[in-house]
Design a protein around this ligand. Structure first.
Ligand code: B3K
Ligand code: ZN
Length: 873
């Protein structure tokens, strides 16, 4: 086996090299066409590649091919054996002619590839993940997104073990070979970068459907899963067809191949991958039926299927020139999938969910040592830059352009972008220019949103003058320094604003106020009495707002604002102010805090407010997380936050107990369906159950167990299980056991079983987590399982930040064990330790100590090294 190059992590010995955006140069040689042949086998796959290459310009530099753990076993140039030399993580070959045919062969071992990058094995099947730099783990190549080539792929494999053979594009030939083997030849006519290459081989079954594009082209659709899972693909297929129709209707973009294949795999580093014509998915974003998937899972599937489909244009037809432009495809595609999901369901609820996600993941990133602009200037390991900033803040930046332009002009901008850059590898700057030219926007100052890290802070104050009957809005923007960016230029911040009349409980129309200067005032006329300020409606700008507003005004907005997001926001602010005051923090928030009576009373009104549907009602009545409350404080106090929030939940639960019982009963009477009403009923049902449990009503355990036991769907079952998991008593144990026994063997549901326990507020959650790490179903080689166990624990603020430091040690132990197996997944777990500056000295010292211990580990991956080094800076 000496000629096999196992795809293991390359240990790094020195500090990883920094790659800079300013150093971009086009490649010295283009690869124009690629013919690949694979003899597929779990432990030894033979790969051969024939590359037609072309010198780029006048120079005598060698052809350089990127490689990571694979070297050529044979290499010829125009049929003649050629010499190559190793230069860092590339091989170099001298070539004198302007064009040449390069042929190389190698052998790789997919079954030892635990990093899940390149070609890897999962449950006996073979599949690839090449973004960002996985292709170089299959064959040495010009592995960068600006090299776009046409691919033809010949797959050969044992017919019994790998009856299905898939690659990008369309099948052009297939047939049987000797010795029980068979072959399939695929051709993709669209030039693409290597990161979009994919192949799949396995024993899979397909669910099939059809779509006809607006111009009449037929498309065969298929979703491939393991036998037994085919009954759980209908929702994903439905989402795919809806996405295809939506992109035609909203963006005028049609699909461009005769087949669209999706494959679900259980071992996958992220959600899914948009390979041209062959999307590969983490099975959690494909498989769903009412018994195993929650309503939330259904929505996530719809969103991810749409996201990957939309990449066919925003990512594949127009790709990225280099990885610094990642947000060009990711920010835009997230914005597109957000709008799609809003259209499919409730726009208001979707906006709240997206903002909640942004605040939970991106705002902390922007305020910490890993802060970076949506178009970064440098990186060590590109896998570390698939961040909430690139994705979610990137989407907010596109959304601001859409808000400023309005729908029609935004569409004109996007039309121009696709028309200008179709078939190209483009830059963020080119997107902005297309928006300027097509939408007629001046985005000169707006470009700072691409360059600058950190969340802008906006202060707003409304001043009323009775004599002139005017209201003047005073605005100010501020920025905190972020790593490498001590001073920041001013940004244009679009704020959707309305001034609401106190008597009429209405406004005269919303305005878009552009805050572009450090301080700015806008005067509104015709206000004899002071109106109530509603600002950053719909969360039109990704900023933190500090609005000088009395609690009475917030209570007014909760009751009367016609912008659903603003209503949600007003109640969140009331609750945050109250909790900050309860924790004993001084400052403006505490001073303006409403009394508990007022908060309970507004909750009571909203529980039965007829203008709200149940889904929106649940969003509004959910308390902010402990982690989000921590974000509001200079120094996070985990125990104080935990007990203050718990006390408020108990008060709301106890005082409104009768109402929660009524809501729970009303919602329990609604039969299961996927209608909006039924889904809303399930959502409010588990929220009501949570408040009943918080009230410590003696029958709470019984009600929760009854919901668990009688549930005919996963939403109700998991909702009840979440409440039970935090309670003491027999009901908890018996529900957990029955849940486990019922779903043993269903990996996605067993993931839930792990998460339910490690996210709970049970006093013994730490001990339970230790036991789960030893559970026979726990494994480090499946990223879903690792995340299912550890991520809820790490996000469980009071537990992870336990004063003893035991939470930090538990995470450190994971990082040290997981890094040699899967560096990409490991590196994601560094950020929670990197937040040490926000904690008291004792905790900060322990968190730093853990980071130092990790850095001292010999052979630590480049991925983890980068995150730890930045976190310690
Ligand atoms: N483009 C992929 C992400 C690839 C991540 C590589 N580390 C999925 C997506 O954003 O659609
Ligand atoms: Zn994406």
């Amino acid at each position: 086996m000496a000629d096999i190059h196992p795809a293991t992590a390359t240990p790094i010995l020195a500090e990883p090299q920094v790659i800079r955006r300013a150093d971009y140069r086009p490649p010295d040689w283009w690869v124009k066409t690629v013919a690949l042949e694979f003899d597929l086998d779990l432990s030894a796959t033979k790969v051969s590649a024939t590359l037609e290459i072309e010198r780029n310009g006048e120079h005598d530099r060698p052809l350089r091919l990127d490689c990571d753990g694979v070297l050529p076993l044979t290499l010829t140039i125009d049929g003649m054996a050629a010499n190559w030399r190793h230069e860092g993580d590339q091989i170099a070959i001298d070539i004198s002619a302007p064009t040449a045919t390069v042929h190389l062969t190698t052998t790789i071992a997919p079954d030892t590839n635990t990093q899940l990058m390149g070609l890897f094995a999962s449950n006996g099947m073979l599949c690839t993940q090449c973004e960002a730099e996985g292709f170089r783990r299959i064959i040495p190549f010009v592995d960068r997104p600006d090299n776009m080539a046409v691919y033809e792929v010949l797959l050969r494999a044992d017919k019994t073990r790998f009856p299905v053979l898939l690659a990008n594009g369309a099948l052009v030939d297939s047939g049987d070979l000797e010795d029980g083997r068979h072959y399939a030849r695929w051709h993709d006519p669209h030039p693409k970068p290597s990161y979009l290459f994919a192949l799949v081989a396995g024993d899979l079954v397909a669910t099939r459907d059809h779509f006809t594009t607006r111009s009449g082209a037929p498309v065969d659709l298929a979703i491939y899963v393991r036998a037994g899972d085919e009954g759980r693909t209908a929702h994903a297929m439905q989402a795919l067809k809806a996405s295809m129709a939506w992109d035609e209707r909203v963006y005028g973009l049609e699909y461009d191949l005769p087949v669209f294949n999706i494959v679900a795999v259980s071992d996958f580093n992220m959600g899914a991958m948009e390979n041209k014509g062959l999307n590969i998915f983490n099975s959690r974003y494909i498989l769903a039926d009412p018994d195993t998937a929650t309503d939330y899972d259904y929505d996530a599937i719809e969103g991810v299927v749409a996201h990957e489909y939309f990449h066919n244009w925003s990512g594949n037809r127009v790709t990225c020139r280099d990885w610094f432009q990642l947000s060009l495809k990711e920010g835009f595609t997230v914005y597109r999938d957000q709008c799609f999901s809003a259209d499919m369901g409730s726009e208001a609820v979707k906006r709240i969910e997206d903002v909640r996600m942004l605040r939970a993941t991106q705002f902390p990133e922007d305020a910490g040592p890993l802060a970076h602009p949506i178009r970064p200037d440098s990186y060590m390991e590109i896998s570390n830059f698939y961040t909430s900033t690139i994705y979610n803040k990137g989407a907010e930046v596109i959304r601001m352009m859409a808000t400023m332009a309005g729908p029609e002009r935004f569409r004109a901008g996007s039309d121009l972008y696709f028309q200008r850059h179709d078939g190209e590898a483009a830059t963020c700057e080119q997107f902005v220019r297309a928006m300027e030219d097509g939408a007629g926007l001046d985005l000169g100052q707006f470009r700072h949103w691409y360059e600058q890290a950190g969340t802008p802070q906006v202060q707003a104050r409304l001043e009323h003058d009775a004599d002139s009957a005017t209201a003047t809005l005073h605005l100010r923007q501020r920025f905190s320094p972020t790593p490498g960016q001590p001073d920041k230029p001013l940004m244009p911040i679009p704020l959707r604003t309305a001034l609401i009349d106190r008597d009429m409980k209405a406004h005269r129309g919303e305005q878009l106020v552009m805050l572009a200067q450090a301080e700015q005032s806008v005067t509104f006329t015709g206000f004899a009495r002071p109106p109530v300020l509603s600002i950053n409606r719909g969360f039109s700008a990704p900023v933190t707002m500090d609005v000088a507003r009395r609690s009475g005004d917030l209570l007014f907005l909760v009751r009367h604002d016609d912008d659903p997001f603003a209503r949600y926001e007003a109640l969140q602010q009331l609750v945050i102010d109250r909790l900050i005051a309860d924790i004993g923090e001084e400052g403006a928030a505490s001073e303006r805090a409403a009394g508990l009576e007022d908060i309970v009373s507004v909750f009571g009104d909203l529980v039965s407010d007829q203008r709200l549907d149940d889904s929106m009602r649940t969003e509004i009545l959910s308390l902010p997380t402990e982690a989000f409350l921590g974000e509001q404080m200079l120094i996070v106090r985990p125990e104080a936050i935990h007990s203050a929030r718990r006390a408020l939940r108990k008060a709301i639960g106890t005082r409104l107990l009768d109402q929660w019982r009524i809501v729970h009963e009303r919602a329990s009477a609604v039969h299961y369906s996927l209608s909006r009403e039924a889904r809303g009923a399930r959502k409010i049902k588990s929220l009501a159950l949570g408040y009943i449990a918080s009230s410590e009503a003696p029958d709470a355990g019984k009600i929760a167990f009854a919901q668990f036991a009688s549930a005919d769907n996963m939403t109700d079952r998991q909702g009840a299980m979440m409440v039970l998991a935090s309670m003491a008593g027999d009901e908890r144990e018996s529900a957990l056991d029955s849940f486990y026994n019922r779903y043993q063997g269903n990996a996605l549901v067993i993931d839930k079983w792990f998460s339910l326990q490690t996210s709970s507020a049970h006093p013994k959650v730490y001990e339970q987590t230790l036991e789960l790490i030893q559970h026979k179903d726990f494994t480090l080689t499946n990223p879903n399982r690792v995340r299912a166990l550890y991520w809820p624990f790490v996000s469980n603020q009071a537990e992870f930040h336990h004063a003893s430091g035991r939470g930090y040690r538990l995470l450190t132990d994971l990082v040290l064990r997981l890094d040699p197996v899967n560096p990409q997944t490991t590196a994601r777990f560094i950020a929670p330790l990197g937040r040490w500056r926000r904690f008291d000295e004792a905790r900060a010292a322990m968190m730093r100590g853990c980071l130092e211990q990790i850095l001292a580990q010999p052979g630590l991956s480049k991925d983890t090294t980068e995150q730890v080094m930045k976190s310690l800076e």
